[in-house]
Design a protein around this ligand. Sequence first.
Ligand SMILES: [Zn+2]
Length: 204
Amino acid sequence: MKFNFSDYSFAAQVGTDLVNTSPEVRTVGDALADPDAVARFLTEHELRTGIITHGDAPSTRDVDDLHVLRREIRSILEMETEDAVAHAANALVERAGTGPFLDRDDSGRWQWYVATPANTSLGDELAVLVGTGLLGVLHTLSHDRFRHCTASDCRGVFVDTSKAGRRRYCMPGVCGNRRNVASYRARQLAADKARTQRKGRTDA
Ligand SMILES: [Zn+2]
């Protein structure tokens, strides 16, 4: 697998998405429960990993490896010091990373790349990808971009690579909406209560 070393946003987002497939975040269960789910994850993220390139399917071993990897990534996102993050993310890259090297992209421009050898396991390929993403965020943005989701009933974590750096939810489409619905209900409840109190005073 070969990927653009400069595109830390994409690599960090893969890390975020991988962590949040876990059943502790998803109330509906494990979003990476079997080889088919892993295949879908790779396709959705357009990850040209070794098994995709060779036309193979993920194995149950790959599933187990990704379950371990997502726990490791989560622990890195929750680390308290920058030095601990750098150490742990460097270790992910060292598992199989080679390079960086310079090559032309599809439009002919020179880009920095990192690669993994042909026989690297899927877990190690994604470890290298996500590891470089986390290092890129630490280097270019800052450690406070590693965050917990602010939706009260969500245990998700995420890396905020947005320009403004104001992202609050691990899965904005899901947790943001859930929170909007919850605050709408709370406002309705407060309005109902106020109405009842006013009515009580009028009746008295
Ligand atoms: Zn969330």
